[in-house]
Write a protein that binds this ligand. Structure first.
Ligand code: 5AD
Ligand code: SF4
Length: 440
């Protein structure tokens, strides 16, 4: 029996893809192991959004390879961007892009049989891959489901349009069938995934001849998913600010299971930088949308992504970003130093910012974001809320779960079997990255 080990880097879509890869490999008769040393097939599913993420893969291949290893497969966005350049790193047998994972068992078998020791498969989007999710797919209490993939926005810093390709929306019927299957296997929380979920543009479901595209927008898909039996919580990510519509805000006001917490990346608070980034909106347009969202859905909270040190960013531009963070009061946010990616317009712009300036701005931004996060954690002390318990905590008897806002909630219990359960909790103490509470 051949055993495979998967290591996943990067975004939630990579986690979803890796789950599908695991189920396809299991269907083909390979056994999954959680220990790289027990595996003769090592699969690395990679991210190319920033340089560091890409570099980590190659050092980890060296770390995890052993005398046992017969196949090293590197998948995802790094091989899609690098094509056969990736074979400059020796020891790699299979390089497959994010649209070729359904072919992995075939490629692995060819390498194992000695037919070849090098396979490159970087096919462009191949919708067939979505229909290969295996019979062996298991479901945890919280699952991701891709509804849309690719991006046509071409932000000037971003490699994604070149790796995940052009926008593609999965048919509604396929999405619903997959979610029903996951709910039947125990999932209770579903996160719909896409590079731009709001530009979802699906076919009509339940018909034999597909109608022209455009029949189903994202709001309508949300309604259809929310109506499925057994679904307790519905999330989605990522949204582009320009595609957030009043219709979407209204869905939040009407759909109970839809969480009041939305990730809407803005990247910068400077209009000049937003323009250079090709984001397609101003800071005011962005803030106006968030305010409208708050009017329609009181209590809604936001998270965001930020890039500091984009080419030509001045102290004033950066100050605008800090002011935006103070104005919005994000529940949390991810922030990154700008990382030039080969083939993107920003990588060759004049005015690249030295790393020490990027590092200083990043740490200033992060301390502002931490203040905001801490304030949100403190604001829920004394409140009672529903928590989905995800995993055991660090200490004995501890469990860690998430409330609707994705805040980590730590509780203690002698109950041996709380993982995957919803419980009411009174929040008692707040910390930087979590809160502690008592089961009701
Ligand atoms: N450098 C730094 N951060 C980047 N992101 C995307 N491309 C880059 C880059 N070249 C960030 C953006 C995006 C998130 C997923 O990654 O903030 O929203
Ligand atoms: Fe990248 Fe911009 Fe598309 Fe997001 S919207 S994936 S940042 S190009």
């Amino acid at each position: 029996m051949h055993r495979f080990f998967i290591e996943t880097y990067g975004c939630q879509m990579n986690v979803y893809d890796s789950n599908i890869i695991a189920s396809i490999m299991a269907d083909a008769g390979f056994e999954r192991t959680c220990h790289s040393s027990d595996a003769d097939i090592l699969i690395f599913y990679t991210c190319n959004v920033r340089e560091k993420a890409a570099q980590r893969v190659f050092s980890n291949i060296n770390l995890l390879r052993s005398a046992n290893t017969k196949v090293v497969a590197v998948g995802g966005c790094v091989p899609q961007a690098e094509k056969d350049e990736i074979f400059r790193y020796k020891h790699i047998n299979i390089a497959f892009g994010p649209h070729a994972y359904h072919m992995l068992p075939t490629h692995v078998s060819r390498v194992l049989s000695g037919e070849t020791d090098r396979v490159l498969d970087v096919t462009p989007l191949h919708p067939q891959k979505f229909n290969c999710c295996g019979a062996e797919r298991t479901a945890s209490h919280s699952e991701f489901v891709t509804i849309q993939e690719g991006c046509d926005n071409y932000c000037t810093y971003c490699i994604v349009p070149y790796t995940r390709g052009k926008e593609y929306s999965r048919p509604v019927a396929d999405i619903i069938a997959e979610i029903k299957m996951l709910l039947a296997r125990g999932a209770q929380e579903i996160t719909l995934l896409g590079q731009n979920v709001n530009s979802y543009d699906g076919d009509a479901p339940y018909i034999n001849i597909r109608k022209p595209r455009g029949t189903w927008n994202f709001g309508r898909l949300l309604q259809e998913v929310a109506a499925l039996d057994g679904l307790r919580r519905l999330r989605y990510t990522t949204s582009h600010p320009k595609d957030i519509t009043t219709d979407l805000m209204e869905q939040h006001a009407h759909i109970d299971v839809l969480v009041p917490f939305v990730h809407i990346p803005v990247q910068s608070g400077s209009d000049r930088i937003l323009k250079l980034m090709n984001r397609g909106h101003t800071t005011k347009e962005y803030v106006d949308k968030l305010m409208a969202f708050r009017d329609i859905c009181p209590g809604i909270q936001f998270s965001s992504d930020f890039i500091v040190g984009f080419p030509t960013e001045t102290e004033d531009d950066f100050e605008d970003t800090l002011n935006l963070v103070k104005e919005v009061g994000y529940l949390n946010a991810y922030s990154f130093k700008y990382s030039p990616r080969n083939g993107t317009p920003a990588a060759t712009m004049d005015g690249q910012i030295p790393d020490d300036i990027k590092a200083r701005r990043l740490s200033m931004l992060q301390s502002e974001l931490m203040k905001s996060q801490r304030a949100h954690n403190e604001a829920i002390v004394g409140k009672m809320m529903e928590v989905l318990l995800d995993k055991a905590g660090k200490k004995d008897r501890q469990y860690v779960g998430k409330n609707v806002y994705m805040q980590s909630v730590v509780v203690e219990s002698d109950d041996a079997d709380l993982i995957g359960k919803f419980r009411m909790v009174i929040i008692e103490r707040a910390f930087q990255n979590s809160v502690a509470g008592r089961l009701v």
